[in-house]
Design a protein around this ligand. Structure first.
Ligand SMILES: Cc1cc2nc3c(=O)[nH]c(=O)nc-3n(C[C@H](O)[C@H](O)[C@H](O)COP(=O)(O)OP(=O)(O)OC[C@H]3O[C@@H](n4cnc5c(N)ncnc54)[C@H](O)[C@@H]3O)c2cc1C
Length: 397
């Protein structure tokens, strides 16, 4: 039987996230978005929000209780992420989703010793995580390349040196939370003779490790409250115990974590909903030809489509979330990328329709529609592009 009703606990969690998003995230996101200061470091303003959200359990939501977490399911994550995404998709995705998911990752892929050492779940100092795979020109879409040619793909290299690994290379300017995170999950090749898929390994690198350097914050068209930059690895030495899993297992390990994409998809459902609610509210107030524009069918039909598409995206996300707990393989290969692709499509479409419904106002800075549109487009290539995700998932259907 399929039952879409939420439990009392889930309804409470959803309401807590909604209230938090409205009172804490929205004002900060608005202030950062309206600032014209290119040198602003959004994290200076967002870290207080991150800590408050952590106090409410949003970063430890998925961690089993034995690790001090809330022991939630993926469906709990998506309920929270949608609410946070309504207020700001980048704060939801970059800060909360990544940290909640990567904490869970350590419980799945790390040894007991690593879990003890790396999992900081105390609400007073939750760890902000960053995951670095992409490299300029050689490793982003190429990460999905099926060719066995060892020349193709990632170039960052980790050489074994006694009881340590030494990492050298650089990562693209789009690494989320680079430069502000407390710890990094960095992918590097441990062999250049084997195909990339068999030679990528994952290392846990604390932020204060010598040789770990960062570029200037990347300026983006949207997601203003987030922080992305390049990472340079200059003889970064980490203990051999910081290798997560075995050498060559990084790609397979990330397949254990559909929650990242599902949470990202949920925050885009939130963005789609925000655009819909914003346009709906405007359409009830703006009068043309003597009546609110919502009473003109040309506008009403657009609003109906926005609502219908948002609900369809939400159902795909919930379906993927349920699969993450019952059939993680299916979730990782098909349902999560499908949900992410669809939710971002709907967010882009709704943002565009909101611009249309607001007419001339829609393209002014006075209204939020431009922010919705710019934020939505960023989802297109975040966590791999629409094309790559679909090309890959077709291998599993
Ligand atoms: C907001 C944001 C956050 C990000 N955060 C992270 C992060 O935390 N860590 C990280 O490692 N990376 C991160 N990335 C990088 C992201 O994974 C890459 O941007 C994404 O995979 C696309 O790679 P690219 O930008 O190099 O585009 P390209 O690979 O250059 O693609 C350009 C275009 O060509 C298409 N294309 C490329 N190859 C093929 C192919 N074989 N078949 C069909 N079409 C193809 C693409 O779909 C796209 O339309 C982030 C990106 C964004 C936007």
């Amino acid at each position: 039987m399929i039952d879409f009703s939420l439990t009392q606990e889930q309804l409470l969690l959803q309401k807590t996230a909604r209230d938090f998003a409205e009172s804490e995230i929205k004002p900060i996101a608005k202030m950062i978005d309206e600032s014209n200061d290119q040198n602003i470091i959004p994290w200076d303003f967002c870290q207080g929000v991150f800590r408050k959200g952590a106090d409410l359990g949003f970063t430890s939501l998925l961690l089993p209780q034995e690790y001090g977490g809330m022991g939630g399911k993926c469906i709990d994550l998506v309920l929270v992420q949608e609410e946070l995404g309504v207020a700001d998709v980048s704060i939801a995705s970059s800060y909360f989703n990544l940290t909640a998911s990567m904490s869970l990752f350590l419980t799945r892929a790390g040894t007991q010793e690593q879990q003890k050492r790396m999992l900081s779940v105390s609400s007073s100092s939750p760890h902000l995580f960053s995951v670095a795979e992409s490299e300029p020109n050689v490793a982003s879409s190429d990460l999905f390349c099926p060719s066995p040619d060892p020349q193709i793909g990632m170039k960052t290299f980790a050489s074994s040196d006694g009881d340590r690994y030494v990492l050298n290379g650089n990562k693209s300017g789009l690494i989320t939370n680079a430069g502000i995170a407390d710890a990094y999950f960095i992918m590097a090749r441990t062999s250049l003779d084997k195909p990339m898929r068999e030679s990528m390994s994952m290392f846990y690198v604390p932020a204060d490790t010598p040789g770990l350097k960062f570029g200037k914050r990347t300026q983006m068209i949207g997601w203003k409250p987030s922080h992305h930059t390049e990472i340079y690895l200059d003889n970064v030495r980490v203990p051999a115990e910081n290798l997560i899993g075995q050498e060559g297992q990084a790609g397979a390990l990330l397949m254990l974590l559909p929650e990242v994409s599902i949470g990202l998809a949920a925050s885009h459902v939130g963005l789609a909903r925000a655009a819909y609610e914003y346009a709906l509210n405007y359409a009830k107030q703006r009068v043309s030809w003597g009546r609110p524009i919502i009473e003109h069918q040309a506008v009403a039909l657009k609003l109906a489509d926005m609502m219908v598409n948002t609900q369809a995206a939400r159902l795909m996300v919930w379906d993927a979330a349920i699969a993450a707990d019952t059939d993680p393989q299916l979730a990782a290969t098909v349902k999560a990328p499908a949900a992410k692709t669809f939710a971002v499509d709907v967010a882009i479409k709704n943002a565009q329709t909101a611009v249309e419904i607001l007419g001339g106002s829609g393209i002014t800075k006075e209204y939020q529609t431009g922010k919705f549109l710019n934020d939505a487009w960023i989802g297109y290539s975040c966590d791999f592009t629409r094309e790559i995700l679909r090309l890959n998932l077709v291998n599993f259907i």
